[in-house]
Design a protein around this ligand. Structure first.
Ligand code: CP
Length: 310
């Protein structure tokens, strides 16, 4: 199975392509448990990690993934690039491409940047999060974590809670989850759920208490506290009263419910510390699995050789 040349989003990825990526990640996860966490699969290949927005998990995960595959990984952040001197993004990408990289990974606060650059440069691009649009590797690692913990994805009920409107993680997860036959329910205040989102084949609820009842998985989202000046909420305390995942709310859900969160977490705002630390929480498993998913994508996009995994 050949996957698309660029991973710009999960929209348009077929079920077979998603399964290929998840299955490949299983082989790569084992490498990270070895004492020597390195295979020669991408030796001599060059990967540019271009981040124009803060990131802890995604940036480090891509860097570790590339290095564990023996690629040369170059990290560039927006603040240290010549864009601060006025160079535009397309010129910057063309100049980087002139140095013959094999893969570019890009995070940007503006929606559509990864897709735009893909029209100008020849090497593959992975979107590491663009504005409110998509964050495909996050959705893929979420699916991997759910499949690893529960098994078959088809028919599962996933409840996603928080600021749906501004979340690229939600958008990528809806596309991927619907493709995999998952039932998705979105929960949040009405000001944070776009009108008509049901047209994407999802359910909408404004009550966390109701929406956890049938959930096999509850995905909590970071409250983007930097949006407080957009007056979407009466106050952060009011939001927490209604939408924070607490032990009390969790008692209404299935005994074996799985809790995930893409991070970064606002402790005590969208999820309490005791829930984060409970045995239902797979938040750190998601981070571990992110490395395997990104190794798999690099391998699949750059045509790695299976023999080199040993
Ligand atoms: N999940 C995620 O994208 O986290 P970072 O912003 O730390 O990369």
């Amino acid at each position: 199975m050949i996957i698309p040349k660029n991973i710009l989003g999960t929209k348009g990825l077929s079920k077979e392509e998603i399964v290929t990526i998840l299955d490949s990640a299983e082989a790569f996860k084992e490498i990270s448990t070895r004492e020597i966490k390195k295979v020669p699969t991408l030796r001599g290949r060059t990967i540019i990690n271009l981040f124009f927005e803060p990131s802890t998990r995604t940036r480090t995960s891509f860097e570790i993934a590339g290095k564990r595959l023996s690629a040369d990984v170059i990290n560039i952040s927006g603040s240290t690039s010549s864009t601060v001197k006025g160079e535009n993004l397309i010129d910057m990408a063309l100049n980087l491409e002139a140095m013959n990289p094999d893969l570019m990974i890009i995070r940007h606060s503006h929606s559509g940047v990864a897709e735009m650059l893909s029209k100008f440069i020849k090497c593959p691009i992975i979107n590491a999060g663009d504005g409110h649009h998509e964050h495909p590797t996050q959705a893929l690692l979420d699916l991997y974590t759910i499949r690893e913990a529960i098994g078959d994805l088809h028919g599962l009920n996933v409840t996603i809670v928080g600021d749906i409107t501004h979340s690229r993680v939600v958008r990528s997860n809806i596309y991927a989850m619907k493709t995999m036959g998952i039932n998705v329910t979105l929960v949040g205040p009405p000001t944070m759920i776009p009108l008509g989102i049901e047209n994407m084949g999802v359910h909408v609820s404004y009550s966390l208490e109701d929406a956890v009842l049938d959930a096999d998985v509850i995905m909590m989202l970071r409250l983007q506290t930097e949006r407080q000046n957009e007056f979407l909420l009466p106050s952060i305390r009011e939001y927490s009263n209604l939408f924070c995942l607490t032990t009390k709310i969790l008692k209404r859900s299935k005994d074996d419910v799985l809790i995930i969160h893409p991070g970064p977490v606002n402790r005590g705002i969208e999820i309490t510390l005791d829930v984060m630390k409970s045995d239902k929480s797979f938040i750190l498993n998601q981070v571990t699995n992110g490395v395997a998913i990104r190794m798999a994508l690099m391998y699949l996009l750059l045509g790695g050789n299976n023999d080199s995994l040993n």
